[in-house]
Ligand binder design. Structure first.
Ligand SMILES: Cc1ncc(COP(=O)(O)O)c(C=O)c1O
Length: 298
């Protein structure tokens, strides 16, 4: 990887884990899992692909301060704080909620991020142009990165994922969708004969439209779909049956999952929410987020 930030952040190539998965009715579904969760202890999963192009863009502009938004368990805020520190940026996190003492935010603070608690009403304005202009006036030296790192720079970052994939081995890819940026970036970068499936982890009937808006000309001609009925009640919503299934899965396959994103992807596959042809295995993209699990284990 010639990208100097890649070296600066000491990132390594991720392994692929093959699992003999069976769905709830006992159908074999051989899967491969691209372990982006193992790229780096603090910059794992999709985060690094979203953040590196933003960091490079800021550097090009001579900007040394990055500001973004997230909840008190945010994987994005956690990764931004670490990447910012390692690459020599100051960082500010606008946080939804008042509890700045979660393990996630303790790490972020330790890595030098300035944390600013906002109430839910204020936080809701985070996409509004008026609020963003006020924020920019308050932090004139900062590059403002949207919540979840969801911007065009992030979308282009997923080209790099394909350096690690032997594409001829798989039918296509399956991943979690929050903002849809990761899926869009992967669709743009995947081979034309691949298929992609995104599992929305929140109530998002609009997910297909949202992903479409990030697709480039090649991406628009590819085969992909979103599944919007596998969120288990909404973002970060879980139930005992699911958590029990997750614990069994982790034990059986020795593969750690986060309950908010990739856990819901595998559970949807187990529940047969997605009819999958089985000529070649599908590649599940493990998008990380294991740090956020600490919020579930309290
Ligand atoms: C661990 C993890 N996986 C998946 C996603 C979903 O990615 P996206 O928001 O790009 O759809 C997120 C959120 O960014 C995340 O934190």
């Amino acid at each position: 990887m010639e990208n100097s930030l890649w070296r600066e952040l000491a990132l390594s190539a991720p392994p692929v884990t093959h699992i003999d998965f069976k769905t709830q009715s006992g159908c074999p579904l051989p899967l491969a899992v691209l372990r982006l969760d193992l790229i780096h202890p603090h910059l794992s999963g999709n985060k690094v692909f979203k953040l590196l192009p933003n960091l490079l863009y800021a550097r090009e502009l001579g900007i040394r301060h990055l500001l973004s938004f997230g909840g008190v368990y945010s994987n994005h805020i956690h990764a931004l704080a670490y990447a910012g520190m390692q690459a020599g940026f100051t960082t500010t996190g606008i946080i939804r909620g008042q509890d700045l003492n979660t393990a996630t935010l303790q790490d972020a603070r330790q890595w030098g991020m300035q944390l600013c608690a906002t109430d839910f009403a204020q936080y809701r304005k985070r996409h509004g142009s008026e609020y963003l202009a006020q924020l920019q006036a308050r932090y004139p030296d900062a590059l403002i990165i949207p919540e979840g790192g969801a911007n065009q720079h992030a979308v282009t970052g997923f080209n790099d994922v394909f350096r690690f994939i032997e594409t001829e081995k798989y039918t296509g890819l399956i991943c979690a969708c929050g903002t849809g940026t990761t899926l869009a970036g992967l669709i743009n970068a995947m081979p034309a004969d691949w298929q992609a499936i995104g599992i929305a982890v929140l109530k998002a009937p609009w997910m297909k439209q949202e992903v479409s808006r990030w697709l480039d000309v090649q991406g628009q001609n590819k085969t992909w779909q979103t599944i919007t009925d596998a969120h288990l009640g909404g973002y970060a919503k879980v139930n005992d049956e699911y958590l029990g299934w997750l614990a069994d899965f982790e034990k059986q396959y020795a593969l750690p999952l986060d309950p908010v994103y990739t856990g819901k992807v595998l559970y949807a596959l187990w529940q047969e929410k997605i009819p999958l042809a089985q000529n070649k295995p599908w590649l599940v993209i493990h998008t990380g987020g294991l740090q956020g699990k600490r919020g579930f284990l309290r």
